[in-house]
Design a protein around this ligand. Structure first.
Ligand code: AMP
Ligand code: ZN
Length: 137
């Protein structure tokens, strides 16, 4: 449940300081040290799971409930104009800390742009084949 080399496990254990916004038995919410915008925070489970694939479904559900609670509270307090909730899995997806976390990013009118992706184009045939392949039974 703990990875000795993991920075977030060290934060959970109190070995590295953090600016904690919320804490319960299962989660900690803290300010991100490299914020994309004012108030950028992270939800982390206290137990070590590298990513969404390792995270148990029940904790994933609880994390999303907590994200809603935090987003509502932070929007009221910060008076921000929008909110991104992001979660990266794997280096190619931008993950740099391999202890599951959700980013809570308040967005402000006139604030920094944060371009997440540009739309690709796939043929209708490719899209149909993909939809077929990805159907969950
Ligand atoms: P990701 O790229 O999705 O893995 O995000 C990792 C995030 O962790 C980045 O936004 C970092 O700024 C943040 N981070 C790294 N070290 C710390 C730390 N000691 N306290 C708070 N946030 C951190
Ligand atoms: Zn960890």
């Amino acid at each position: 449940m703990r990875d000795e080399n993991c920075i977030f496990c060290k934060i959970v254990a109190g070995e590295i300081p953090s600016r904690t916004l919320f804490e319960d038995e299962d989660f900690k919410v803290m300010l991100d040290v490299g914020p994309a915008a004012k108030g950028h925070a992270l939800i982390i489970p206290k137990a070590h799971y590298a990513d969404i694939y390792e995270l148990p479904g029940e904790l994933a559900g609880e994390a999303m409930k907590l994200a809603k609670r935090m987003a509502t509270h932070m929007t009221t307090v910060l008076n921000c104009d929008g909110f991104n909730i992001l979660q990266n899995n794997g280096e190619v997806a931008g993950q740099t800390v391999f202890h599951y976390h959700m980013h809570l990013i308040p967005r402000y009118k006139g604030g920094d742009e944060m371009i997440l992706w540009k739309a690709n184009h796939f043929s209708d045939e490719e899209m149909d084949a993909l939809a077929e392949k990805l159907k969950v039974q």
